[in-house]
Design a protein. Structure first.
Length: 366
């Protein structure tokens, strides 16, 4: 069942799209990889957050896939290895990251400073599928933390809430070598975190997560080229400008922008080790909805209005056609062609996903 409905502009739809996206059609084509999934085991033993992860529970936890370039498989493999493990209990999500590094350094010591001006490790968390808000935690090799809440992504008009803190966060860094010593060669630095679930609540939603549930999650490593002056590490410059950083991530985005939570990987909360966990059952519907959103943004930038039909979008045949043949959808567009709402339904799973031109997203499992 396919419906294309134009409706009169009413008070309920006096909304012009403010969503801004930097994607081109080529960018969207690179944003099609299947996200990574990690099955985190629930534990009853205690974790001592010291950056060393030497407890038996950590020894039994599998490593994630190695980090890759943020743009995906088309880019070269990162020069240094990065990987993570995850565990959970009724109070905390535990994360352990090991970052290969021959030169461990850092000079930012003030909390909530711009940590990614040092080499850093970053955690991105989105616990609530139908809420746009998400959280970000950054830490450098000195264990200096920056944490923030995003009501929604920057490209959708969001702005960072910097005064928000992960209350009760525990973090520790262990350096296999030395820090800020330019006269030796180090092995790695490791970050261990215990993130309290009670700090990641919104409105009436409570934690902890349920066994079998999924959260969106991703990890990023910002890596700068460095130079040493007077035995002090600093970011390398060329012509008075800092050289571009490397962005290595667990689950690739396809573009150089971590603030695409719909492109992050997944953590699945399990009671026992689960090899090769699958993506959630609503993932393909959600991916198609966001592909339509991206393509509508491309169309809007060129034509100053949204396309009247899904089939009229550039890239429809290559990105959407095979899947759209198996799902029903409703597409509502106002007369000014400045706002739309899309609904996709999979009749086999009875899952429905809706997404509008402002980036408001909702999923329903019948």
């Amino acid at each position: 069942m396919i419906k294309h409905i134009a409706f009169p502009l009413s008070s309920a739809f006096l909304i012009a799209s403010s969503a801004v996206s930097a994607q081109t059609a080529d960018d969207i084509a690179r944003m099609q990889s299947t996200p990574s999934v990690y099955a985190a085991k629930k534990i009853s033993s205690q974790i001592n957050v010291d950056g060393k992860a030497d407890e038996e529970a950590w020894q039994q936890a599998p490593w994630s896939d190695d980090f890759v370039d943020i743009e995906g498989a088309s880019k070269k493999k990162p020069a240094l290895n990065s990987k993570v493990k995850m565990l959970w209990d009724d109070q905390h999500l535990y994360i352990y990251a090991q970052l290969e590094e021959p030169h461990v350094w850092g000079d930012i010591r003030k909390r909530d400073a711009i940590i990614y001006h040092n080499n850093d490790f970053e955690v991105f968390l989105k616990p609530f599928d139908n809420q746009p808000l998400y959280y970000e935690i950054e830490v450098n090799a000195l264990n200096t933390v920056m944490d923030l809440m995003m009501p929604k992504a920057y490209r959708l008009g969001g702005d960072a809430v910097m005064h928000w803190d992960v209350k009760g966060l525990q973090s520790a860094v262990h350096v296999a070598g030395s820090i800020n010593n330019a006269n030796d060669t180090d092995m790695f630095w490791a970050v261990e975190m215990a993130i309290p679930f009670h700090s990641l609540t919104t409105f009436a939603r409570k934690m902890p997560p349920k066994v079998g549930s999924y959260w969106r999650i991703n990890f990023s490593r910002v890596q700068w080229q460095h130079e040493v002056q007077d035995n002090v590490y600093q970011r390398r410059k060329d012509g008075g400008k800092f050289l571009d950083e490397e962005n290595w991530v667990w689950s690739p985005i396809g573009v150089i922008n971590m603030h695409h939570p719909e492109r992050w990987g997944f953590i699945k909360f399990v009671e026992s080790t689960t090899p090769n966990p699958a993506v959630p059952p609503d993932f393909r519907l959600e991916q198609a909805a966001w592909n339509i959103f991206y393509l509508q943004q491309v169309y809007h930038r060129k034509n100053k209005q949204f396309a009247t039909t899904i089939a009229g979008l550039p890239g429809y045949e290559s990105l959407l056609l095979p899947a759209m043949n198996t799902w029903s959808h409703t597409f509502l567009l106002n007369e000014a062609k400045s706002f739309y709402k899309l609904t996709l339904t999979d009749p086999m799973t009875e899952i429905t996903v809706s997404l509008d031109s402002e980036g408001n997203y909702h999923t329903v499992h019948e």
